[in-house]
Design a binder for this molecule. Structure first.
Ligand code: SF4
Ligand code: SF4
Length: 126
């Protein structure tokens, strides 16, 4: 049972209640397909310019999370042909943010959650 946390972006916090993120987590699909079983370990919201994110991630770790996923909408957006990375998502600095969080917490970090873009394999910092 992998204790799995999510960090979301403030730009989407009033539009999406993480419905598909949680669905994929409990069904071990899309960004969570690598786990045999998942238990939600918590959710936090990153706020621009992301200065709060490392502290949030440390709290997530202290609560027992074993891995942190970053929502797909932070790096991809939905178009006529489904979700795509081409035009980016809500965050222009996501890779740097994930790198910092991974370095500071030592937790594996996964870029992706629900509805992954076609042909995208989740990038993992571990
Ligand atoms: S990845 Fe999808 S389900 Fe998850 S928060 Fe973003 S829009 Fe919502
Ligand atoms: S730093 Fe990136 S992930 Fe964090 S709130 Fe800003 S745009 Fe969203």
């Amino acid at each position: 049972m992998t204790k799995t946390a999510i960090i979301r972006c403030e730009k989407n916090e009033n539009r999406c209640p993480l419905t598909n993120c949680f669905k994929c987590m409990v069904e071990q699909k899309e960004g969570f397909a690598r786990y045999d079983d998942c238990m939600p370990a918590g959710v936090f919201t990153c706020r621009c310019p992301g200065d709060n994110a490392v502290e949030l991630a440390k709290i997530i770790k202290s609560k027992g999370a074993e891995v942190i996923h970053f929502c797909t909408c932070t790096f991809a957006r939905k178009g006529d042909r489904g979700w795509s990375e081409k035009e980016g998502g809500f965050c222009d600095t996501l890779d740097a943010l994930i790198t910092r969080i991974h370095q500071e917490t030592g937790l594996p970090c996964v870029k992706g959650s629900a509805h992954l873009p076609k042909d995208y394999s989740p990038q993992i910092w571990e």
